[in-house]
Design a protein around this ligand. Sequence first.
Ligand code: ADP
Ligand code: MG
Length: 235
Amino acid sequence: HETVYAIASGKGGVGKTTTTVNLGTALAEAGERVAVVDADLGMANLAGFVSLSPDSTTLHDVLSGGASIDDATYRITENIVAVPSGTSLDEYADTSPEGLSDVVAELRDQFDYVFLDVGAGVSHETVLPLGLADAVILVSTPEPAAIHDSKKTLELTERAGGAVAGLVLTRTRPDSDVSYDEIAARLETPLLGTIPEDPGARESVYAGTPLVVYRPDGPAATAYKRLAADLAGIE
Ligand code: ADP
Ligand code: MG
């Protein structure tokens, strides 16, 4: 399997951070050593998903040269660590994303899986991680606007010299009148998984606990564990 995955989308608010945290936690529960990195430098919020206080040392401090990656790495449970980003506009303004390449190289040596939670859109700091990852996992809801924007992220990945592993559709519904396979086929990329609409997703963020721990038998957690097993080749 690949080591470094970028979790990316064109449109914001489609479930990238939810996917990063829960795919990472599911793999950690399966015994893999995992790092999840908040590479959404402009709109960082991964810390809250796992009850980390982002006023400590963050990826921004590493990228601006003021800290080592170890200083910005926090253990969540036995097999998983998080690298949060700063949340203030000042920190964002002071940061250049170029150093991310060294950060990824260091983490690659220490972990079985590294997940980069990438910002939405087409800016430089979004495109850079797409080229650094071994594989890009596109995240989208089934809405036409989100799918349309996924196409751009696909193109950007190619331009950045990266490779798309496939598509994860979030907030899917059993009574959908659109075919999820058809959506992936139209994007000419494999459908890696579908994550059902689940009110537990939002509740788990308020609880500061990954959904796969907060409500392990719910529909979305079950789907994330399935996706993790597929990724790791576990049956
Ligand atoms: P992004 O990182 O792409 O901006 P998030 O992971 O923060 O997206 O998710 C955006 C919102 O959608 C959050 O409120 C989250 O709880 C909710 N959400 C994500 N996945 C699901 C799901 N499967 N079912 C219901 N709500 C979801
Ligand atoms: Mg996010």
